[in-house]
Design a binder for this molecule. Sequence first.
Ligand SMILES: Cc1cc2nc3c(=O)[nH]c(=O)nc-3n(C[C@H](O)[C@H](O)[C@H](O)COP(=O)(O)O)c2cc1C
Length: 191
Amino acid sequence: MTMIKTIAFLSSPRPKGNSDILAEEILKGAAEAGAETEKVRLHGLKIQPCHACNACQRSIEAFCVIKDDMHLLLDKLRLADAFVLASPIYFCSVNAQMKLFLDRWYALFEEDSADTLRGKRMALAFTYGDKDIFASGTINALRMFQDAAFALGIELVGWVYASCLKAGEVLYNPAVMQAARMLGQKLARPK
Ligand SMILES: Cc1cc2nc3c(=O)[nH]c(=O)nc-3n(C[C@H](O)[C@H](O)[C@H](O)COP(=O)(O)O)c2cc1C
């Protein structure tokens, strides 16, 4: 039985943000299913926007030419079997920290069966202040990741989301905390 390496990438700028808490609960579930887990906070890392120079697309071996912290994160994505992406909803989509990170995945995009991320598993966690996934714009973030997963050959295992405003508030929503834990178990089920 292979151990699943699961990495959560958290984009909230708030320590103990609601989306962080959901991601941590997903990791807990993954650990219960036997995964090795790791957590990376994106806020505060140096992640420049993609320059669209296409240098990374010249060959399978070609790398992104921007010298910043994203290289470490690209290595983590290459090594992971599964990952969790957690974002607060800002202006009806993911926040800027998450979008900068996602655009730079272009360096892993090969447009054929050699895609670096093909076959890896992904789970999502979103938190928002409005009343539901439509009024808050969470649906836009979810649809973006569904299409991105399809394009990259990633298995989108599932998602959790919750309405909450103040940091830590999601802890008072036992239903979503339990859903997050179960999602983690599913994410890390043995291959
Ligand atoms: C700049 C900014 C924009 C926001 N935009 C939205 C929004 O469009 N829709 C929404 O429902 N909540 C919005 N919110 C509320 C947050 O999504 C909410 O507080 C969420 O719980 C934050 O998650 P976090 O604790 O993981 O940071 C916004 C908050 C901020 C700071």
